[in-house]
Design a binder for this molecule. Structure first.
Ligand code: FBP
Length: 547
């Protein structure tokens, strides 16, 4: 396989570990823990894994460990650094005992259920150190939640002599890891299950997990390109760029990219919901910034839009819910109607409030809302081109304002969607070190007989040597939430906190950024060079951890 010069140079990079992990360690146990909410229910559901203490690894005496085999799974969307979690895990278990073996299950949790696996040897691991992607074993979105899947999984774990399974995933995958840990513990199967916090979305974090891996690299990758667009924008001075950013429900990515690049506008979904804003409120806000900049002779700008925005606009949420129900019950009749009449048909059937909103939407978006359903009958909101929806509606509003003399200027838009561009980028130094440390820590949790824990590395705004490695009982992060009509124990998803330091820092300066052209051009991720260029954590972490 031909390798790029950077790939060859990066292969030699030795990720940094917290100082405590560089020699033999001992697990220091803290006080027993509780779940973040619904303690009684969670305790009942996880009798074997509830209430366990926090673990911190500190320097200790070297011990001998009997040989063991370990399995690893990559679950869900790709996030930069996954290969380093696996190489950290590999190096950790080999250090415990060189006879230990690591098996990777292919294409996500489905590989465990279908007994699709490969042994990860030193040669294979070396090919993937410090590289982006999940291609070493592939990833998948199969949910591990049914007893028969747990049993099928156990069959292959037993056959391969696997004593512990590491699941690298987001909040849902780690919830499932915890359910699996509890199940295997209850059955006395002797298989430990350890989770690792992955997702570019940044929404798997709490008091104990400072950040999910991949967020750092993905945001830096998007910020590079946003900065390039801003510079283009400020050179030609004739376009408004509408940029949608991945991140699922949470707006962490949009907020972090805004803090890095200082665009004219960044919409934060959590704020839209908290202020009960309508689509028209958002459009009016953007149009006003456009008009004010035009009045100052600036017919250009940059707008960041989080992927999940539409679901956070309360009125849109209600419209989507009614459409889901209506089309589930009347899909056949709807499909038998001529395409040109479908829009009017829907308008005639919806409640007056939702009909009015539906009628106000541009043709294309209205169509997407009524056509694209996932297998559960829901609108696939991520497919809705929110960036185009907003720019079209802004254009319409500005045209009306022009007639009234409220807008004197030009408005021309360009659209972008950044997501896949960042998910497999070569990990930044931060992610390379963080992920390697997470994987290595997972091996120490296994060696210490732990199950139902998530690998945790804290104090991440300090140099890596000072990071604190340990484990957090996954039950500690759980609460009860309604999923598919049933109350289920799940890890609480972290949305942007409006009283949190990163949002407050943004809110304090956004009006200035709207008026002035205050763009910052972060440039590409740097792997070699001065530490202030190469080793900075995200602004989000810096604001959150600022004492
Ligand atoms: P997870 O880490 O939660 O799996 O999601 C990451 C993500 O990139 C989201 O930002 C995005 O909405 C989703 O995956 C898209 O996934 P897919 O390509 O499978 O549709």
């Amino acid at each position: 396989m031909t390798k790029s010069a950077l790939q060859i140079a990066r292969a030699a990079y030795q990720p940094k570990l917290p100082k405590a992990l560089t020699g033999a360690v001992v697990a220091k146990e803290g006080e027993p823990t509780q779940s973040v909410a619904d303690q009684e229910e969670i305790k009942k559901l996880f009798p074997n894994t509830y209430g366990m203490p926090l673990i911190q690894f500190v320097e200790g005496e070297a011990k001998e460990f009997a040989p063991m085999n370990v399995g690893v799974i990559l679950s869900g969307g790709q996030a930069p650094g996954g290969h380093n979690v696996i190489s950290g895990l590999f190096d950790g278990i080999k250090k415990l005992n060189p006879a230990n073996k690591l098996y990777g299950f292919i294409l996500g949790p489905g590989g465990l259920v279908d007994h699709n696996y490969m042994e990860l040897t030193a040669d294979i691991i070396d090919e993937y150190r410090n590289t982006g992607g999940f291609d070493i074993i592939g990833s998948g979105r199969t949910k591990l939640e049914k007893e028969e899947q747990f049993e099928k999984g156990y069959e292959i774990l037993k056959e391969l002599g696997i004593k512990a399974l590491v699941i690298i995933g987001g909040d849902d995958s780690n919830t499932n890891a915890c359910v699996l840990a509890e199940y295997y513990a209850a059955k006395n199967y002797g298989v430990q299950v350890i989770g690792c916090p992955k997702t570019i979305d940044g929404d798997l974090k709490n008091d104990m997990i400072e950040t999910s891996f991949g967020f750092d690299t993905a945001c830096k990758t998007y910020s590079e390109v946003i900065g390039n667009i801003e510079r283009d924008c400020n050179s030609a001075r004739k376009y408004w760029h509408f940029i949608k950013l991945m991140g699922r429900s949470a707006s962490h990515i949009a907020l972090e990219c805004a803090l890095q690049t200082q665009p004219n506008i960044c919409i934060i979904s959590e704020e839209v919901e908290a202020k009960n804003m309508s689509l028209d409120d958002i459009v009016t806000y953007i149009a006003q910034v456009v008009a004010d900049r035009a009045a100052a002779g600036n017919n250009f700008g940059t707008v960041l839009i989080p992927e999940g925005l539409i679901e956070f606009i309360p009125a849109m949420k209600r419209l989507i819910a009614e459409l889901n129900d209506f089309l589930a019950a009347n899909g056949e009749e709807f499909n038998s109607i001529k395409r040109s009449k479908q829009r009017d048909y829907i308008i005639s059937k919806l409640s007056p409030e939702n009909a009015a909103i539906y009628a106000s939407l541009p043709e294309g978006v209205a169509r997407q809302l009524s056509l694209d359903r996932d297998p559960h009958g829901n609108v696939q909101v991520s497919l809705i081109e929110t960036e185009k929806l907003l720019s079209e509606m802004v254009a319409t509003k500005l045209a009306a304002w022009k007639e009234e003399g409220k807008f004197v200027g030009k408005f021309a838009a360009q659209h972008h969607f950044f997501g896949y561009e960042g998910r497999c980028a070569a990990p930044s130094n931060f992610d390379a070190d963080y992920c390697y440390s997470l994987g290595y820590t997972a091996s120490m949790l296994i060696a210490n007989g732990k199950t139902g824990y998530m690998s945790s590395v804290r104090n991440t705004t300090a140099p890596a040597a000072e990071w604190i490695a340990g484990g957090v009982p996954i039950t500690m992060m759980m609460n009860m939430e309604r999923r598919h009509g049933e109350m289920k124990p799940v890890i609480q998803k972290a949305l942007v906190k409006l009283d949190g330091a990163p949002f407050k820092a943004f809110a304090a300066v956004r009006d200035t950024w709207a008026k002035e052209t205050a763009y910052v051009y972060p440039g590409p991720i740097q792997y070699f060079g001065p530490t202030e260029v190469c080793d900075q954590p995200t602004k989000t972490l810096q604001y959150e951890q600022a004492k």
